[in-house]
Ligand binder design. Structure first.
Ligand SMILES: C[S@@+](CC[C@H](N)C(=O)[O-])C[C@H]1O[C@@H](n2cnc3c(N)ncnc32)[C@H](O)[C@@H]1O
Length: 290
């Protein structure tokens, strides 16, 4: 939804742009080009590998750049200290990068066989394997149900707990096998891999992706200068709900205006060329009146 993001954020030459989730820098590059040489880009990503890729991809883009290897939930503190006058543009494009799935060694994908890692911030201590071997059956079931929307969450959690006692919860194949053993063949989804929802849920739980999200969006919006704009791109209902609530509450205080009454969705054309965009929801906010 690059065109929609650019339209919503209406970047002007000289703007200070914050990309809280820079990934490979696709959005950041387009925003930086709009801000031009007089502008500034501040890019966050908690995955150092992504940050380095973005840095390399943007080598030729003429703008003052700062790359910060940190959780965007720490961005308000960083920005208040270093850019006290506020910033003009913020983008949060939540979730994972496709590269995370392509690199089998990171354990995000159910397609290969790799250690169950799934940490996006590799300085974090707890891997998915460690979490699945520590959490209670109830905690695992709740995460799979809430973050994955999986109807078979209870039976899957039960299988995980049985298998971990036998030392069989270390790899992505172990997790796939637990899912298969919990869902009867006749009940398995024919369109999506039966482990899709469980992998997504455990990734969200291990990285605590939805924790304090509402507060983080609110605090980051508080770093906007008057007239500054912010956009969120969500792929999960929990992310979208956090952005929606935060924007609605900010607009109640009259200092902010929501730019998107309803979230913008990708066009059919974008969905057919990039099926992963299907669940995307774009929301926008401005400090002041639109
Ligand atoms: C969907 S991708 C962003 C893609 C990017 N807009 C682009 O054009 O390449 C999300 C990125 O956000 C990062 N990320 C997710 N949650 C984060 C968090 N809490 N703090 C910092 N980075 C985060 C991920 O590591 C990933 O690189």
């Amino acid at each position: 939804m690059l065109a929609e993001v650019l339209q919503l954020l209406a970047v002007k030459p000289g703007d200070t742009v914050v990309d809280g989730t820079v990934g490979h820098g696709g959005h950041a590059e387009a925003l930086a080009e709009a801000a031009g040489e007089e502008g500034e880009l501040i890019a966050f990503d908690w995955d150092e590998e992504m940050l380095r890729i973005a840095e390399k991809n943007m080598e030729g883009v003429g703008i003052r750049k700062t790359f910060v290897n940190a959780d965007y939930r720490s961005a308000p503190e960083w920005l208040r200290e270093r850019r006290p006058d506020g910033v003009d543009v913020v983008l949060l494009d939540f979730g994972v990068n496709l590269q995370h799935f392509d690199d089998m060694s990171r354990g995000f994908s159910f397609q290969g066989d790799a250690p169950l890692d799934m940490r996006m911030d590799r300085s974090a201590v707890e891997t998915a394997a460690a979490w699945l071997n520590r959490a209670t059956e109830g905690e695992i079931a709740r995460a799979i149900r809430e973050f994955g929307g999986e109807l078979w969450a209870g039976p899957i959690a039960k299988r995980i707990v049985i298998r971990r006692k036998e030392g069989r919860m270390k790899t992505t194949s172990d997790l796939v096998d637990a899912v298969y053993s919990a869902i009867p063949v006749a009940k398995r989804d024919k369109r999506v891999h039966p482990a899709t929802r469980t992998f997504q849920a455990i990734r969200i739980a291990v990285n605590r992706e939805l924790e304090n999200l509402d507060e983080a969006v609110t605090d980051i919006a508080g770093c906007l200068a008057p007239g500054g704009r912010m956009a969120t791109l969500s792929y999960h209902s929990g992310e979208d709900a956090a952005a929606k609530n935060a924007f609605r509450n900010l607009a109640r205080a009259a200092e902010f205006t929501v730019l998107t009454k309803k979230p913008l969705r990708p066009t059919e054309q974008e969905i057919s060329s990039n099926p992963n965009s299907r669940s995307a929801r774009l929301r926008g906010l401005v400090r002041g009146n639109s």
